[in-house]
Design a protein around this ligand. Structure first.
Ligand code: HEM
Ligand SMILES: *[C@@H]1O[C@H](CO)[C@@H](O)[C@H](O)[C@H]1NC(C)=O
Ligand SMILES: *[C@@H]1O[C@H](CO)[C@@H](O)[C@H](O)[C@H]1NC(C)=O
Ligand SMILES: *[C@@H]1O[C@H](CO)[C@@H](O)[C@H](O)[C@H]1NC(C)=O
Ligand SMILES: *[C@@H]1O[C@H](CO)[C@@H](O)[C@H](O)[C@H]1NC(C)=O
Length: 376
């Protein structure tokens, strides 16, 4: 009897474990859960990051080899309009489950992210939200549901996971507190249009970005008791607001038209996850150029609401846009170590390798590398 019971239990545990998605994050799991799940996964040795592109000028990216296609049931999309668009055009796997190497190639090729920005964004995301054993990450969550989903741990949200890369105060998405909805929000996009009309004469530019960025932070402080903008989020909240200016404007627009994003083109990316027809990517490879302008227009220090709305308290402990070394050190040594306090085997190896890729990409000046899990 005992043997039957134990083997039934083993079968139950095994089938529960087999269902663990190959792209689900292992962050925060107990040592026992890790010991059950990791042997069921197809472990990979993380490859070296791909190199920079040869050609970095403007070119047609809405091309015949990358047709836009509508979502199929089960395709994953998330909080990032850039990655959603790249997946819907096939620069990334259309199902939204990707490798770090695929991310780097796609953001360089399809939207002209420069090599450093591509690697930094990729390894921040992978360490925070990826499956470090299988070397896979999902760009969000499954989009279409035709029936009740089987119960599933919250940890498979990929880039939707709150508090790692995804954060509060987004331009076109609500906060986690407002219902964990990472979909495009038309009400917030109407505000994007209103600000583009008010400050940009009908276009989104860096002047608009500075004002809208500030407004969204104020709105979150006033309505979200859990609003938080510390460490990585203090950097991305300013950086991401420049991306529509730097990357969603057709690369053939020059002179006075450069840096001015039309509302139809913005709608195409944000809402439809689609390049404007015949879109040429940016004329130069780049990153978050202009983030300092947005910050200096309304310099809000890192911080969070404490104990309710309208009580924003500064918190520099995880660094921020003005403190890259503290940000790097705390991100790896506190945030990611906190998600993986005692990794062993292939998980430990791959954490060390990916944290090394992040350090190489950031090359933070005068900032020693940290090794929370030792060295290989
Ligand atoms: C490896 C590369 C990338 C990763 C891992 C990434 C990840 C993310 C994540 C997690 C967010 C959500 C943050 C939040 O607002 O809560 C986000 C937002 C955003 N991303 Fe990306 N992204 C990448 C590349 C790109 C590219 C290539 C573009 C465009 C050229 C882009 C444009 C944006 C924009 C505009 C937002 C802000 C959306 C909003 O505030 O409503 N991203 N990204
Ligand atoms: C969109 O955002 C507005 C403003 O924050 C909010 O009131 C509304 O509930 C959101 N809509 C959805 C569908 O989440
Ligand atoms: C999320 O937002 C989308 C678009 O605004 C809406 O269609 C959907 O019903 C919302 N889902 C939830 C769970 O609120
Ligand atoms: C944005 O557009 C407005 C209106 O045309 C203009 O006054 C402002 O200088 C522009 N800002 C940038 C950074 O292009
Ligand atoms: C990293 O964290 C450990 C454990 O909290 C601490 O002892 C060490 O000083 C930290 N290293 C740095 C560089 O902050």
């Amino acid at each position: 009897m005992r043997t039957v019971f134990t083997s039934l239990l083993a079968l139950y545990v095994t089938s529960a474990v087999v269902a663990f998605p190959r792209y689900g994050s292992l962050a925060g799991l107990s040592e026992r859960q890790l010991a059950e799940i990791i042997p069921t996964l197809d472990a990979k040795l993380p490859p070296q990051p791909p190199g920079p592109q040869g050609f970095t000028g403007a070119k047609l990216v809405d091309d015949a080899a990358h047709p836009w296609r509508p979502l199929r049931r089960g395709d994953i999309r998330g909080p990032c309009p850039g990655l959603n668009t790249l997946a819907s055009h096939g620069y990334l796997p259309r199902d939204g489950v990707v490798t770090p190497a695929q991310l780097i190639v796609a953001v360089q090729e399809g939207l002209n992210f420069d090599h450093q920005t591509a690697r930094v964004a990729t390894y921040l995301a992978h360490l925070g939200d990826g499956n470090l054993v299988t070397d896979l990450i999902s760009i969000g969550e499954k989009t279409t549901r035709t029936g009740p989903d089987p119960p599933r741990p919250a940890i498979v949200g990929g880039l939707n996971n709150h508090g790692t890369f995804e954060g509060d105060g987004s331009l076109t998405r609500g906060d986690f507190f407002d219902g964990d909805n990472h979909s495009f929000n038309q009400t917030l996009f109407d505000q994007f249009i209103e600000f583009s009309n008010r400050y940009g004469n009908g276009f989104y530019n860096l002047t608009v970005a500075a004002e809208l960025r500030f407004r969204r932070i104020q709105q979150s402080i006033a309505t979200n008791p859990t609003f938080s903008m510390v460490g990585l989020r203090h950097i991305t909240i300013y950086g991401e607001a420049t991306f529509p200016v730097n990357f969603f404007v057709d690369g053939r627009r020059t002179g006075a038209q450069a840096g001015q994003l039309s509302i139809p083109d913005a709608t195409s990316f944000f809402r439809d996850m689609r390049f404007p027809r015949g879109f040429f990517r940016s004329a130069t490879a780049g990153g978050a150029t202009g983030a300092d302008i947005l910050f200096n227009a309304h310099p809000i220090q890192p911080g969070r609401n404490v104990g309710g709305v309208n009580n924003f308290v500064e918190d520099q402990s995880l660094g921020g846009i003005l403190e890259p070394c503290r940000f790097y050190t705390q991100f790896v040594n506190t945030t990611i170590r906190g998600l993986y306090p005692r990794p062993t085997g292939v998980l430990r190896r791959n954490l060390i390798i990916n944290a090394g890729f992040l350090y190489d990409a950031l090359s933070p000046p005068d900032c020693p590398q940290v090794f929370p899990w030792g060295q290989l």
